[in-house]
Design a protein around this ligand. Sequence first.
Ligand code: AMP
Length: 155
Amino acid sequence: MRLIFLGPPGAGEGTQAARIVQKHGIPQLSTGDMLRAAVASGTPIGIKAKAVMDAGQLVSDEIVIGIVADRIEEPDAKKGFILDGFPRTLAQAEALDRMLDSKGVKLDAVLELRVDQSKLVDRIVKRAEEAKAAGQPVRKDDDPEVFKTRLEAYN
Ligand code: AMP
């Protein structure tokens, strides 16, 4: 099964996708998680992406398309995958079409999560507070001001 989860930041795509992962045994391919991992390990991609991510803006299509193209070639993605946070631009959507065409496979569904935008900021603030209380790192982009930029980028 090949799915795309769409939704504004804070809509809960990650949480919902994790449920499908458990049920269907397919991986969740979150470009946000992949980019954060690259930043944390200081790879060349991470170094380029960090400032853009911290500002709540979109990382370049070239970088993001490259990481997705590599990731969907891995053995665990053969049976299917859930794309979470990708595609986010027309160029990314077109690149995904080409990747799927070249593999001779099709998407099964695109799910869009819609949440009242006023509720999203509350959720992000809560996520940051919970991370802090649990002693986990707080995402720099889970800040109400940066969040506005992320929402604009999503829209
Ligand atoms: P997310 O965890 O999906 O909210 O993504 C966190 C940040 O990673 C975004 O605000 C962007 O800076 C970057 N990012 C994640 N996915 C993409 C994408 N498909 N295209 C561009 N930037 C992305």
